[in-house]
Design a protein around this ligand. Structure first.
Ligand SMILES: Cc1ncc(COP(=O)(O)O)c(C=O)c1O
Length: 416
């Protein structure tokens, strides 16, 4: 993607608006396009915020509070069975409004550090990202004038990018690398070995690797592996490594704006300063509510049950259509419908179902092929009744259409 691209030109929802908004929906709309949780966080969130109301007159405390950082460090230690002391809340944790802000500013910080170290190199620093990707990854690279390098994360590579296969000259210019596991949109999760190999690659080529783990708690059976576990396998150092977590999906609280980054102390310092220059902190009442959420697992298990029910519906209604598979994590279906943009338009105009064309979350590769183009992303965030209705409409509208397309284009249909 050339650096001259505007945010508007690649923002998936801006593109979706341009595709659909001129057309009336064919039925009462069901919005399966946006990955926003629809169930509620626990009632104690409002209680904690009310209790701390006297602190609204204060600026958010830099680096949050010991109570919040302690809750995050304890949660990480329990979730990933980390050795005691591996995460020091004073040095290794930074509260964030959400993972989005942290991911964006981590690139700002890493690119600045890279430029200070390398001077005015002839070629811009590189940001490595999976393709398809969460739009903030590309946006952060564009904002700082870095070169985004899109690495295919398709069925052929288990939906994970193969960064080690990149040219050494490119890896040398890398300032930052994103990994999203479990991945939006594909729902794949990286294994512990994969994560360890990526940390090792980052150390050998001296770039920062940012693990976006904001979907780590939305899974059916097996908790996805995390980068901190993989770091234990390499001796326990946090060198070159940042992980990003959030209450947005785990606790169905995206409006709270509460998460954290954890990792190498110097990288946490850089990220902290970058956020203080241009970002927002997390206020006292939100920190109080957030600390209590990180210390509670009952509501998270209830959340997982909510999504389990929706995925069971998907299994029953979709069966083996459109390459359906249960994702390892997250709440999206990534369905191979042959032409995601045409399918999204058809679903909206004929059935009132709004989904995101997969191509809007991806860039064409050097071969001109957009690795998301065949897919639609379907968010299973609504209650069971709406989800069931939405999925039934998808099957009714696309079932024969996709079958007919595949019969016409058998070779394309066989691709990953
Ligand atoms: C892959 C990915 N990362 C990060 C985020 C940002 O979430 P938040 O900033 O609410 O933590 C999202 C939200 O949709 C996402 O899909």
């Amino acid at each position: 993607m050339p650096n001259r691209r505007s945010f508007q030109s690649f923002h998936p929802f801006a593109r979706l608006g341009r595709l659909l908004d001129a057309h009336p929906p064919g039925a009462e709309p069901i919005l399966l396009s946006i990955g926003e949780p629809k169930n509620q966080p626990p009632a104690f969130v409002a209680e904690e915020i009310a209790k701390a109301a006297a602190t609204w007159s204060s600026y958010p405390p830099p680096r949050g509070t010991e109570a919040y950082r302690g809750a995050c460090a304890d949660w990480l230690t329990g979730r990933y069975a980390l050795p005691a002391g591996m995460i020091d809340q004073a040095k290794h944790i930074l509260p964030l409004p959400g993972s989005r802000e942290g991911l964006f500013f981590a690139v700002v910080a890493a690119v600045q550090d890279y430029q200070l170290k390398h001077g005015n190199a002839a070629e811009p620093p590189v940001v490595l990202l999976p393709n398809p990707f969460y739009h903030v990854y590309a946006g952060s690279a564009l904002a700082v004038g870095a070169e985004p390098v899109f690495v295919p994360a398709t069925a052929a590579s288990g939906f994970m990018p193969d960064y080690a296969a990149l040219d050494a000259a490119l890896l040398k210019r890398a300032a930052f690398c994103f990994l999203n596991s479990p991945a939006n949109p594909q729902g794949a999760a990286a294994g512990r070995d994969y994560l360890a190999r990526l940390i090792d690659l980052a150390r050998r080529h001296d770039f920062v690797v940012g693990f976006d783990e904001c979907y780590s708690e939305i899974y059916a059976e097996t908790p996805p592996a995390g980068a901190l576990e993989a770091a234990i396998d390499l001796g326990g150092s946090l060198d070159h490594l940042l992980v990003f977590h959030s209450l947005s999906k785990r606790s169905s609280a995206p409006g709270l704006r509460c998460g954290f980054a954890a990792g190498d102390a110097a990288l946490i310092d850089s990220l902290d300063v970058a956020l203080r220059v241009g970002g927002a902190g997390v206020s006292h009442p939100i920190l109080a509510a957030g600390a209590r959420l990180w210390r509670d697992e009952a509501h998270v298990e209830a959340n997982r049950d909510y999504y389990r029910q929706n995925f069971a519906l998907a299994q029953r209604i979709l069966g083996n259509r459109f390459g359906f598979r249960q994702p390892a994590g997250g709440f999206f279906l990534w369905l191979d419908v042959g032409d995601g943009e045409a399918a999204a338009l058809k679903l909206w105009r004929e059935a009132g179902v709004r989904v995101l064309p997969g191509g809007y979350m991806a860039e064409p590769g050097p071969d001109g092929v957009n690795p998301g183009a065949r897919y639609i992303r379907v968010a299973l965030v609504y209650d069971a009744a709406s989800t069931e209705e939405g999925l039934n409409r998808i099957v009714q509208t696309l079932g024969d259409w996709v079958g007919a397309r595949d019969a016409e284009q058998p070779l394309a249909a066989a691709e990953g």
